[in-house]
Design a protein around this ligand. Structure first.
Ligand SMILES: [Zn+2]
Length: 82
């Protein structure tokens, strides 16, 4: 059994949850999550956060977000040219 350890599991957790790790790495992490309760909790929290954020982004009025970004950009440009 090759347990990748908490350190590596947590480092790769985000990419693992986004399905961005290779298959070998993913199975290492999955195996670790099965045996390590604290990393499993961490994974659950991360996954929930990712879901909530994705939903919030989909539901937020894009117009308001766009105006906010434009305002930030203008402020940044103003401070650079000053
Ligand atoms: Zn762990």
């Amino acid at each position: 059994m090759t347990d990748c350890g908490c350190e590596q599991a947590r480092r790769d957790l985000e990419e693992y949850l986004r399905d961005e790790v290779c298959r070998t790495q993913a199975s290492d992490i999955r195996q670790h999550l099965e045996t390590c309760e604290s990393c499993r909790d961490e994974a659950l929290v991360n996954r929930t956060l990712t879901d909530v954020l994705a939903r919030a982004c989909a539901e937020t009025a894009p117009e308001q977000l766009k105006l906010m970004v434009i305002a930030r950009l203008r402020a940044a440009q103003a401070s650079h040219s000053a």
